[in-house]
Design a protein around this ligand. Sequence first.
Ligand SMILES: [Zn+2]
Length: 474
Amino acid sequence: MGTIDKSNHASIPTVLAKGISPATLDFYGAAGTVTGSKTLLTFNGYRLLVDCGMFQGHKNLRQLNWIDLPFEPKRLSAVVLTHAHLDHAGALPLLVKQGFCGPIYTSAASMDVATVLLLDSANLQQEEATHANRHNTSKHHPAKPLYDMADVEATVNLFKPLSFGDWHHVLPDISIKLQRASHMLGAAFVRVQAGDREVVFSGDLGRAQAPILGAPETLGPVDYVVMESTYGNRQHRTEDPKALLASIINATVRRGGAVLIPAFAVGRAQVLMHAINDLIESKQIPKLPVFLDSPMAVNVTKLYQKHHRDHQLSAEQIKMVFDVAQLVDTTQASKALHALKYPRIIISASGMATGGRVLHHICTLVGEQRNSIVFAGFQAAGTRGARLVAGEPTVRVFGQDLEVKAEIHSIEGFSAHADADQLLDWLESAGGSPRQVFLNHGEPTAADTLRQRVVHELGLPCQVPLLGQRFALI
Ligand SMILES: [Zn+2]
């Protein structure tokens, strides 16, 4: 078993002064929470940052985005990005804004998806700042966005694509390999060789039987593992989400109603189209019009075709699957959907009904019993989605309280995260080799529940790092 140095930062230079060169890990985000992922690996004077995510959720977490990064961005040697979700990539423009100008390594597909998501993020922040200035709701005058389009542009210019499955010698004595994590298009777990040690950063791991993306690659032998623990205390239900979706669609069609599915634009919307196409092909539901009404989902859907080698479907198959839906990319076309009277399916963002075009569809559809609204993902507390799923009799949209008469459903089975058993299975494939496992990217209860299982069921030393904590990998 390896020696873990839980010393504070001050003791590290002492070790270096003796001529020993330990690799160190610093946890600057996603420690005790599921956002803001940033882990710094230092070896032989080189500093490799793994992920640079934005803090999201409660206000005290979001405020962390506004304080200076806890390290000197200019002194970083390189960044490697596991995948494009904003909790892993959303603070990259901040890094660049604060002086980083080195390479950001990631897969080619993640480069494209991250570009879409970062541009959307800059846009959203600009809108929020404009709103705050107009309504005088910020204590800052004027309120400013965290970063703007120019910062995003400077960031994407630093992206350097890496192939999956090959070792890339990115820094002296440091090589990295991307392996498939199957969590979203382009997602990787990252294997880093630093001298004679190997460290794997899981990023987010997908499910064992993920539609379109397939299962994550196995972990295999490794010295240290930094693993996510989002679902560390949860198991996915065994119900077949497709069968559940079919029964909801069929019942709604019999009533002559419409099915509205609020869905995350990246990943979830595409998995839903895949499921709906399967249901139509196998005649489990009638062939009815399907609309994908989210400009970002439309853009990302096109990337699935461009990067078809990054998933299990061929370019032709993916085209056929996505042809099931008519892509709605203008606001006018979106509004025209409100006038339709026949049974139909509308997939629209955002997934928790917190904003976006889906709000207009809720206004049109929520007041009629014949319609169904199907939430296809985790609904965070306090969101409109969570309130509807909890059965609240009214919903507030655009300042109006609307009576909820439509049927409200929730299907959890389309999640893109491995559950606790699947995380343990992945870790078990290392065959007992890890000297230490670090669990990040989980709420405290989820991370600690998984920690206990890693220790007791796999017999591996395991810790849950705190924000700002440093470990030496000796
Ligand atoms: Zn993710």
